[in-house]
Design a protein around this ligand. Structure first.
Ligand code: ADP
Length: 426
């Protein structure tokens, strides 16, 4: 079967088909088309995982889940893009308070909007009047989705989260065909919606497109009282799990109705970014676990120089520095010392000072991972940051004293580093 010929009739990419003609990619028939295909292919090769977020109906919290999923992955130290292909009702810009964002171009490429560690792109950024109704037929939608994938400078990404409109229309079809292979779909539903034919249609769509269903999320499942935190099942919850079992797809978990989620969305601040310690945020974390696991599978195939998960990775110790000594406030240091060590001889082989990016949650773990750090020696560090480093396979030693970096490394290598209390928990 041709790469994008998902209906299975064997006629390749360019044929017409009564039920799905709008969705078929035209075969490259001019040098420009062929060049487009090459550019698209090259762009997609730099994106490790593409995840489609779908729902049977609107208003079930699909975009909320997509935005929070993207932020959770970013907080876990991953490089994440968020693409909103909901052409008729793009809500990601509002959810991230990016309604007035201006899209820039450079050397013919569209630059995604940077926000909270994410690279964001939405049709709303390109509309002159954000309240304009977009009346587009299937082939036009496909063209704009292709442009989002091909012409946006996504750079190297671990994940591209794609928020598609409700249902199984042209947008998810176009994504599946243009961005093939898509790693999988997350299907969002509510307790009231779970038994409806729409959710089953979404699952059947995935089966038809050979798109793995990563799982079903039951959103708005029970109500969390903002005063006492107690969870009450307003509608009968648990149906999502039964439906997932019936249809033989994984169940990813329940996210309660939490007024803070709605308020955060209205204020343009993705919930998990600001309420990371709440039970609801933990529910989101549960949802991303299998998605993070995808990245684990890839990491084992990487070369030692691009990941610090391999056994042969050279040891690079990162230490936060202020005034030449270890800085107790990890997230607010002026610089980091990166010290390279030959593990056999236990000798320092190099040292350089680097300036960290501005302090934002989740940025330092990703940045230090990119710097090739395998060990961090710190005075104090919050448990969330420690978990993020652990997810990036970076070992953390906390409670170290405010001494010169060379001294600390020598003590660490000799096993004589005295680590006291974790003095700073933020
Ligand atoms: P969809 O993308 O499915 O149309 P949205 O993500 O736009 O739905 O969510 C619809 C509304 O529901 C938004 O106002 C959002 O803030 C709110 N919402 C979504 N999930 C929750 C939740 N778990 N708790 C409270 N409000 C929620």
């Amino acid at each position: 079967m041709a790469k994008n010929d998902k209906c299975g009739c064997g006629q390749g990419q360019s044929h017409k088909h009564a039920t799905c003609d709008a969705a078929h990619v035209a075969a490259p028939n001019s040098p420009d088309d062929a060049l487009d295909e090459v550019v698209l292919e090259e762009r997609l090769q730099r994106i490790r995982h593409k995840i489609l977020v779908m729902s049977g109906k609107g208003g079930v919290g699909k975009s909320t889940v997509a935005a929070n999923l993207a932020i959770s992955l970013s907080l876990a130290g991953k490089r994440v893009g968020l693409l909103d292909v909901d052409i008729h009702g793009p809500s990601i810009p509002k959810m991230l308070h990016l309604e007035d964002a201006d899209v820039q171009t450079k050397d013919g490429e569209i630059l995604p909007v940077a926000h909270a560690g994410l690279k964001v792109m939405s049709i709303a950024f390109l509309l002159r009047d954000r309240d304009d109704a977009v009346i587009w037929r299937g082939p036009m939608k496909m063209t704009v989705i292709k442009q989002f994938l091909k012409d946006v400078d996504w750079g190297d990404l671990d994940y591209l989260i794609i928020d598609s409109p409700p249902g199984t229309g042209d947008e998810p079809l176009s994504v599946c065909q243009l961005a093939a292979p898509v790693d999988g779909a997350v299907i969002v539903t509510t307790p009231q919606d779970v038994a409806t034919a729409d959710v089953r249609k979404s699952i059947n769509f995935c089966h038809q497109m050979d798109l793995p269903v990563l799982g079903v999320v039951e959103n708005m499942s029970g109500f969390v009282c903002p005063k006492c935190g107690e969870l009450t099942d307003i509608f009968k919850s648990g149906g999502g799990e039964r439906m997932a079992a019936d249809m033989g797809v994984p169940f990813l978990g329940r996210i309660p109705i939490d007024p803070a989620v709605g308020q955060a969305c209205d204020a343009g601040t993705p919930f998990v970014y600001h309420y990371s310690r709440t039970e609801t945020a933990k529910a989101f974390e549960h949802v991303i676990a299998p998605i993070l696991a995808l990245s684990g599978k890839i990491a084992t195939n990487q070369t030692p120089n691009t990941t610090n998960e391999g056994k042969n990775t050279p040891m690079r110790i990162a230490i936060p520095i202020a005034e030449g000594k270890l800085c107790m406030h990890f997230g607010h240091c002026d610089q980091f010392a990166l010290l390279d060590v030959d593990e056999k001889t236990k000798k320092l082989t190099g040292k350089r000072m680097v300036t960290p990016p501005p302090h934002e949650p989740g940025v330092l773990p990703r940045w230090l991972h990119e710097q090739g750090a395998t060990v961090i020696i710190a005075g104090g560090m919050g448990s969330r940051a420690q978990n993020l480093f652990a997810e990036n396979s970076i070992k953390v030693v906390v409670g170290a004293p405010a001494e010169a970096p060379e001294q600390l490394v020598a003590q660490y290598l000799a096993g004589t580093l005295v680590s006291g209390a974790n003095v700073c928990d933020h």
